[in-house]
Design a protein around this ligand. Structure first.
Ligand code: URA
Ligand code: SF4
Length: 213
């Protein structure tokens, strides 16, 4: 199956999924969307009010800020893929619970395996935890780390910038590093031996701080 077909298959399963209690309150599940061939994947937390209504990721105020951030580095939604750690809205936008994140992780893992992105940008602490463990966002935001043939970079959630004005410029500055990271990922890809290890193996390797960031 092509990456597009796998992503489509995941989206269909997610639309009727009942693997955790978040299915009870959802209007629509939000599988994520974008370019199946994108080399860069953004992972947020979970759908909010507007996303739940429309079935699309980041379409409310945080999404508007994300669009501005993408535009600032000459990217549009059609150039990237955007998804979330949980695909159904937590009631009143509460934090997703560990069991919910665990139940939903199969979908995210399948999306990552299908896309094989070169760069993953985590938005907020829940997606950060998947790639960076217990670190604090205040100390690692904007830092790129190499994991096998993948580069991960942790960012504050765009909604944090809306709630706390001082973070807005921090997020803007962190985003400005993305083009350089994409260039580095492309250089790594060009140099890599043709037969890359499977993505799941790559994620298990300890992260390596990239010296240039
Ligand atoms: N916040 C998220 O984390 N994801 C969305 O899709 C929207 C808001
Ligand atoms: Fe299924 Fe994920 Fe929705 Fe839970 S959040 S019901 S695991 S799609």
């Amino acid at each position: 199956m092509s990456s597009e077909e796998i992503l489509q298959e995941v989206a269909v399963e997610v639309s009727t999924c009942a693997k955790c209690k978040l299915c009870n309150g959802r209007t629509r599940a939000v599988p994520g969307e974008g370019n199946p061939q994108a080399r860069i994947l953004f992972i947020g937390e979970g759908p909010g009010f507007h996303e739940d209504k429309q079935g699309r990721p980041f379409v409310g105020p945080a999404g508007q800020f994300l669009d501005e951030l993408l535009a600032s580095i000459n990217l549009q939604r059609k150039d990237v893929f955007i998804t979330n750690v949980v695909k159904c809205r937590p009631p009143n936008n509460r934090d997703p619970e560990p069991e919910e994140i665990q139940a939903c992780s199969e979908y995210l893992d399948r999306q990552i395996a299908a896309m094989q992105p070169r760069v993953i940008v985590t938005l907020g602490r829940f997606s950060m935890a998947k790639f960076f463990g217990n670190e604090k966002i205040s100390s690692i935001h904007g830092r790129a780390r190499k994991k096998g043939s993948l580069i991960c970079i942790a960012m504050y959630h765009p909604a944090a910038g809306l709630h706390q004005a001082s973070l807005k410029d921090v997020i803007r500055n962190d985003f400005k590093k993305i083009p350089l990271i994409i260039a580095e990922a492309e250089r790594m890809e060009a140099e890599a031996p043709k037969k890359a290890p499977s993505p799941s193996k790559k994620l298990e390797e300890p992260p390596q701080q990239l010296s240039l960031f």
